[in-house]
Design a protein around this ligand. Sequence first.
Ligand code: NZQ
Ligand code: ZN
Length: 388
Amino acid sequence: MENFEFCIGVNILFGKDQVENLPSVLSPYGKKVLLCYGGGSIKRIGLYDKIKDLLSDYEVYELSGIAPNPKIDSVREGVKLCREHGIDCILPVGGGSVIDCAKAIAAAVYYNGDPWQMILEQKPIEKALPIVTILTLAATGSEANSGAVISNPATNEKLGLGAPVLMPKASIMDPTYTFTVPAKQTAAACADIMSHLMEQYFVPKSSYMGDLLVEAVMKTIIKYAPVAAKEPDNYEARAQIMWGSSIGDNATLCNGNMLAVFGVHGMEHELSAHYDLTHGVGLAILTPAWMKYVIQKSPEVVIPRFAHFAKAVWGLEGENDSVLANNAIKAIENFFKTLELPQTLTEVGIDSSRFAEIAEHAHRTEMLEHAWIPLNAEDVISIFRMCL
Ligand code: NZQ
Ligand code: ZN
């Protein structure tokens, strides 16, 4: 087992009606709150009105219209509001995009310059406004981790930032809020969760317990994703997915593993930077292609691991590791197919015209040479081509 440091400061309030605790959860941080949300889903599910009622003693300011793949302009707007009104605490209500935007705002308030410059510099972030989240879409784990990803459409870049101070102070997670997430978005969310788990599982060295923990969450997502897609108000399915998403992307499961750069995520972030693609859709398209590519590139490393994945996660049996490994690829491909996720880049309107440019940028910024199976720009182009 590798050494690790693990300190999670987020107080999680999980389950039905936990939002009733919002006033007391916010109270240590001050009275001026910036409520952040997206395109209006929180109004349609009645959560907006509920929050306004609960916070009648607070001074609530609003930043709305935060788009999927949150854009740097929303961060700029949020920073302006925080400074103008002397905001004490940020309250993102939504999915990963809204929470990520709030994290970038929380840090950029204390940055002397344009927020995009702060993200480009990648200097340690020492100070940020406190954040309390209310999650309405279980996918990224942003409610329980200290990272964020922001897009700049002017430069076709999508870059990450992260720091312990960006860990939310508290997150309210009521699975009933996710009942209205459409089947397509639920499917994309589950592909994202599976991808986080796979990126922690296909690593240079894992531990016995680390493997078992990741396998348990993978099996949970495989069991409940189709249920949630078909029965959107199935509480148990939504709850299992919600908790799986949070612990699936905040090191709880993989402490003690020797990790590598998240290669499939790196490639997807580059695609969504250029095409504003739904993150989980991009991952569902890239993952089987990546598996087919790396099994050819480094069979001696990849085949035994994929074979283990086949047995432990999918319950497959086979005459040898090579058969098992290839059947594991088919299993994940079928899982995404069952969820009716797109299978090719062509289906989502992406052709090969910008592959070279995107792959070159991916190579420069995503550190793919430090992935489990190192990838260069040529490898990335080949994987993209397999997705057409
Ligand atoms: O904008 P609204 O109207 O709220 O609609 C949203 C949005 O259109 C909708 N939605 C959310 N809750 C809903 C709902 N619709 C109906 N009912 C509800 N209860 O869902 C759409 C997508 O929302 P978004 O927040 O974009 O999705 P997600 O949570 O998948 O976040 C994706 C973003 O997070 C980044 C991705 O790259 C992408 O930018 N990631 C963040 C990570 C992190 N911070 O740790 C890690 C991930 O790997 C990922 O990169
Ligand atoms: Zn992801």
